[in-house]
Design a protein around this ligand. Sequence first.
Ligand code: NAG
Ligand code: NAG
Ligand code: NAG
Ligand code: NAG
Ligand code: NAG
Length: 648
Amino acid sequence: MADTSPLLPFSHSLGPGSTYSSIRWRSKIVLLLVFSGLFLVPLIVSIASNDNGFKQHVQYLQEDDQNVSFSPPKETTKPQILRPGSRGVSAGVSEKANVNLKGAQEKGYPQNDSMLSWQRTSFHFQPEKNWMNDPNGPLYYKGWYHFFYQHNPHAAVWGDIVWGHAVSRDLINWFHLPLAIVSDEWFDINGVWTGSATILLNGKIVMLYTGSTNESVQVQNLAYPADHNDPLLLKWVKYSGNPVLVSPPGIDPNDFRDPTTAWYTSEGKWRITIGSKANNTGIALVYDTEDFINFKLSGVLHGVPGTGMWECVDFYPVSKTGQNGLDTSANGPHVKHVVKTSLDDVRKDSYALGTYDDKTGKWYPDNPEIDVGIGIMLDYGMFYASKTFYDQDKGRRVLWGWVAESDTEVDDVKKGWASLQGIPRTILLDTKTCSNLLQWPVEEVERLRLKGKEFNNIEVKTGSVMPLELDGATQLDIAAEFELDKKALESTAESNVDFSCSTSGGAAQRGALGPFGLLVLADDSLAEHTSVYFYVAKGNNGTHKTFFCTDQSRSSVANDVKKEIYGSYVPVLEGEKLSVRILVDHSIVESFAQGGRTVITSRVYPTRAIYGAARLFLFNNAIEATVTSSLKIWQMNSAFIRRYSNEQ
Ligand SMILES: *[C@@H]1O[C@H](CO)[C@@H](O)[C@H](O)[C@H]1NC(C)=O
Ligand SMILES: *[C@@H]1O[C@H](CO)[C@@H](O)[C@H](O)[C@H]1NC(C)=O
Ligand SMILES: *[C@@H]1O[C@H](CO)[C@@H](O)[C@H](O)[C@H]1NC(C)=O
Ligand SMILES: *[C@@H]1O[C@H](CO)[C@@H](O)[C@H](O)[C@H]1NC(C)=O
Ligand SMILES: *[C@@H]1O[C@H](CO)[C@@H](O)[C@H](O)[C@H]1NC(C)=O
């Protein structure tokens, strides 16, 4: 009964709902999978490697199970043998560089110069060249957003860390400035590490940062602008009495780093927290100060057993009304407090919502079962060492996060750069669920939107892949909505209650009610594509649970890049459609589900789906339910990111 011609293009014109840019949308629908009864015809593309690179084999297999895929379910290449690098760890911080493939130099995929140069992004912040990691000291001052970052000015690998500096009027277009803080004193000679800015009551700025000393231990140092009249804050002075803080008794001086922005207490003092660990319990130490020179340890804000070292702790209030961002010192019955930690052991940023007691300096999670480090991740993909700041100009809280590479260090060196920052995100409490934050790209990124195209009520049948015709697909802002066929949703019996994005086989593994979504950075043959999708599981009591995932396993034919499947549960409330916003910018894909309840950032390194060959597809790999999708898609302009000169 199975249709043996799985590539079956035909014309399809949409109804009158399709209006936008005066384009009457006509599209070829490629039904890669047509099946009836028990028999399915999957298209299996297997990729085999040899010493000269890759050969692609296309096979049509007949299978009698439901594991249909529109793309290779397995790679025939040997599993990657990964060995961790050790530069960061031996220097006393987390591993910074990506794991290297064993023998990557000899056996790695031969990405040529046009592939490597395509990977550089067009509207994400990155230095002109060389290495970047954590965001540092973000702030708004005299009309400028300031951004500092962990930077190796000498190479595209971690090491020789100092503070890079850039300024912007809008968080999107940037001017690179000279290095702000360099390592030239015994208290930071092995590295000017991560820190945060505090704007004092008189408008002056203080910067606290971790220094790696001449003895390679971690201390906290104070710096401040040499001239507060300079809106560019070009020159920074280190306090002559540095360090202002060394690790307390019982705390390993290699586990004492990343001071936060200070907040004001009811006693009229400033309070900060610094990440550490006690045995394997991740903790945030609390210090009080009046002058940023003398500090008093006042206890532990919070700790969670088994979570290991807490790096880059962030602590801030969010409004219970969910309307505006709040100054870091805001407190009272109208706020909840967020604790965020960067989990050194697993390299993920986790947060929890809770209540802060100003008197005791302690914070309590709303739900201890989803405490910091064991519950919600800020981003389920590649996103680490994040930090927020309060933008007093626009009354919002903005999140920055480091998006590392997941290719080999060898390729980073060839590219001459490594790492990006995610598009800054506004942070609000989700007042509908009250159990998570909402993260959303700052509104300024929308100014980069060029030509838009709208697709309305496109029906995506079970087991199908459908191209979306665009003029280009490497710089996109996509807003998509999906609705599962209601009858199928009701009639489906219990399905896939044990689903998990990372272990349930990715976008090629079919279930009754998913996966369905988009294939970004895909080539025509789908040899390469990154799947961003929903998956609905149904309990025998009729309840649904929705997951949001990104599957990178077929993102590139290169065998030497990481291809994890990321994702997690996403809350979907009664009456809500499924929705996703995706920013595609060459080698980065940032995806925000349900208004930013669950977020996934990926780094991908296609070799074929690049330049004009990149395409965008809708797909529905559900077995039982048709999906209806409406989308708005904008081409994105490049941001203006260059060196500052006095004429500006
Ligand atoms: C699908 O594939 C998985 C893993 O390869 C296998 O365990 C399962 O039996 C297959 N069939 C169905 C119907 O899921
Ligand atoms: C890189 O390889 C691609 C695909 O083989 C080819 O089209 C392109 O011209 C190559 N570029 C360079 C600079 O060699
Ligand atoms: C590090 O610098 C401090 C302050 O100058 C000095 O007392 C100490 O001896 C130095 N340690 C080493 C190993 O040079
Ligand atoms: C760490 O564990 C050891 C041995 O179990 C114990 O003696 C010590 O008190 C613990 N340290 C802290 C800071 O909890
Ligand atoms: C319904 O079933 C799911 C999956 O078995 C379970 O997680 C959930 O708690 C159940 N909900 C109710 C209201 O019983």
